[in-house]
Design a protein around this ligand. Structure first.
Ligand code: NAD
Ligand code: UD1
Length: 337
């Protein structure tokens, strides 16, 4: 039987693009997702893009008997663990749900991997673990901190993985710290589909361009940045997916390792830069209002990308214009559905 990669959260935004890239690289993919923030229709999109429908189990990473049966019935070589909750604001009002899903869910998965003898894992961490940057670009040895429960769940799981590796060094683990994933598959068939009002900038901008919302609220123009608006390291989701393929290959080829790397572009763009790039891509005016700062926001953040290049031989390739062009194609496709 062909070795299989288990992708938890694989019908979600980043997991689905990664699943497509892995299939195109020749891996067999099995997705486990409880569909709490995605839809099974994503499997059709992956099939249309790659010509292969990934195997799918609808279920929860906290369900230990289900995990045991998944590991028992497939020759799983490695796990990419995307499943989790990710809304910062919601995590402050429902902290227990975040610890249960993100921390308890990860522990259940790790225990099932132990039982099955699968010790190769790629974990979705976040640049949120750097807190308020003391210096830029952010290198992986920057001190970590968390200002909200979501961020804290990522810190805790990073630490659990380190404890696990120290106790059993035959594990091969990559902790990937994503910066700001945006964009969509270039086919226009797959992208981000946030439920309700988007919390993040780019899905909101897309919904204004398509006429679904009136204007973008720009959270502050008095930061110490070139135009006063917040600066972030936006990374195309396809670059991120390629980064995962490199990290998986690295882990599969390592005798043992605990690798921690940033996945970003190394370049920061402001809120207004992103709005203007989206106007260019869509040919639509994107109205915006400057409002007060969002509590908890930092002024600027971008990655040092050298370690990822050194260890994985990977660098992001796509421009903000690619990110906006592809997000717009996806938005048009969604509007036509
Ligand atoms: P997403 O919500 O689109 O995808 C997560 C998927 O996990 C969803 O399909 C959801 O249904 C599934 N899921 C959630 N809880 C589950 C559970 N208990 N069992 C099984 N499936 C479950 O989010 P995304 O943007 O694709 O993010 C993927 C991962 O990357 C998350 O761990 C997130 O914290 C992390 N991350 C995301 C970003 C970002 O900006 N999108 C940035 C940094 C890190
Ligand atoms: C947010 C989370 C971060 C998480 C990341 C994942 C917060 C405080 N941080 O990061 O922990 O890892 O999402 O995607 O929620 N902006 C506007 N108007 C909007 C939305 C955003 O001006 O309607 C601005 C923000 O102030 C920021 C930039 O756009 O300067 C990007 O915001 P966003 O997309 O929410 O990402 P982050 O805040 O970087």
């Amino acid at each position: 039987m062909q070795a299989t990669i288990l992708v938890t959260g694989g019908t979600g935004f980043i997991g689905s693009h990664t699943a497509a890239v892995l299939q195109q690289a020749g891996y067999r993919v099995l997705i486990l997702d409880n569909l709490c923030n995605s839809a099974a229709g994503v499997l059709d999109a992956i099939a249309a893009i790659t010509g292969i429908r990934p195997d799918f189990v609808q279920g929860d990473v906290r369900d230990a008997p289900l995990l045991d049966s998944v590991f028992a019935s497939h020759p799983i070589a490695a796990v990419l663990h995307f499943a989790g909750l990710k809304a910062v604001g919601e995590s402050t009002t429902m902290p227990l749900a975040y610890y249960d899903n993100n921390v308890h869910g990860s522990v259940q998965l790790l225990q099932a991997m132990q039982r099955a003898g699968v010790r190769t894992l790629v974990f979705s961490s976040s640049a949120t673990v750097y807190g308020d940057p003391q210096k830029l670009p952010l290198t992986e040895d920057h001190p970590r901190s968390a200002t909200n429960p979501y961020g804290h769940t990522k810190l805790v799981v990073e630490d659990i993985l380190e404890n696990l590796y120290n106790s059993q060094p035959d594990w091969r683990i990559a902790r990937l710290r994503y910066f700001n994933p945006v964009g969509a598959h270039p086919s226009g068939l797959m992208g981000e589909a946030p439920q309700g009002t988007p919390n993040n900038l780019m899905p909101f901008v897309a919904q204004v361009a398509v006429g679904q919302r009136d204007s973008v609220k720009v959270f502050g123009n008095d930061y110490d940045t070139p135009d006063g608006t917040g600066v972030r390291d936006y990374i195309h989701v396809m670059d991120l997916a390629e980064g995962h393929a490199h990290a998986l290959k690295y882990c599969l080829n390592a005798a043992q390792d605990l690798l921690t790397v940033n996945l970003g572009t190394g370049v920061g763009y402001s809120v207004l830069d992103m709005i203007h790039a989206f106007e260019q891509a869509s040919g639509k005016a994107v109205a915006y209002d400057i409002v007060g700062r969002r509590p908890g926001d930092i002024a600027a953040c971008w990655a040092d990308t050298e370690l990822a290049f050194q260890k994985l031989g990977w660098r992001a390739q796509k421009s903000i214009q690619d990110m906006c062009d592809d997000a717009w194609r996806w938005e048009m496709h969604r509007a036509a559905l």
